[in-house]
Design a protein around this ligand. Structure first.
Ligand SMILES: Cc1cc2nc3c(=O)[nH]c(=O)nc-3n(C[C@H](O)[C@H](O)[C@H](O)COP(=O)(O)O)c2cc1C
Length: 191
């Protein structure tokens, strides 16, 4: 698979099977994440992989209603960091940027492994931190819901439709310009 193919193959899919994922596969996902670049090689990403049933069940209780589909997952990975784990230059807290790069590597390795890896923000982060025994000041930025492809029938009608639709993206001129800032880069007001 070419890299661009893998990148384009990744989608935030929701139809998951509850089939378990081997630890060696999960370790490869973490290895991919850990290969991300970081300023000063600070490696500010922290990942907690939850597979144990009682922990997983407790974590699933923190999901918002719209993320019901995550309840089928055999694995949930928490991505955490703290601004002090990497460089901060003015407003630029690079730990978050670097955590994002690690999370992207993780998702791409999931494509290679035939897994879905869907990042979510829709969960109660305070409760999830309690479940995972994360210190108060550490930021639990996202959860990644991981699993093999499963039945579409587990999804709402709306989600079944999203699952099979083409990827939606803004026109390229709205996110990129050559040489200087362009007015087109200003986000359009949502109607
Ligand atoms: C930081 C982040 C948070 C997200 N949170 C949720 C979420 O809570 N629930 C959900 O169903 N999808 C969530 N998504 C998935 C996005 O909705 C999805 O990536 C976007 O619609 C584009 O679709 P695609 O990834 O299939 O191209 C999240 C994605 C990111 C990157």
């Amino acid at each position: 698979m070419s890299l661009l193919n893998a990148i384009e193959k990744r989608r935030a899919y929701r139809a998951l099977s509850n089939r378990s994922v081997d630890e060696e596969v999960l370790n490869r996902l973490v290895r991919a994440a850990h290969s991300a670049p970081s300023s000063g090689n600070n490696q500010p990403w922290r990942i907690i992989t939850t597979v144990e049933k009682s922990q997983l069940d407790a974590l699933k209780e923190t999901l918002v209603g719209g993320n019901y589909w995550g309840k089928n997952a055999p694995v949930i990975a928490a991505f955490l960091t703290h601004p002090s784990y990497s460089m901060t230059m003015g407003m630029r807290e690079l730990a978050y940027f670097e955590l994002g790069m690690a999370a992207m590597n993780y998702q791409l390795q999931a494509v290679e492994e035939g897994l879905y890896a869907h990042p979510i923000v829709g969960f109660d982060a305070d409760k999830a931190k309690e479940v995972l025994k994360v210190p108060e000041d550490v930021v639990l930025e996202i959860l990644v819901i991981v699993g093999y492809p499963g039945e579409m029938s587990t999804l709402s009608e709306k989600h079944q439709q999203v699952e099979t639709s083409l990827q939606v993206r803004k026109p390229i001129e709205e996110i990129h310009s050559f040489n200087q800032w362009s007015e087109q880069l200003v986000p359009k007001k949502k109607k």
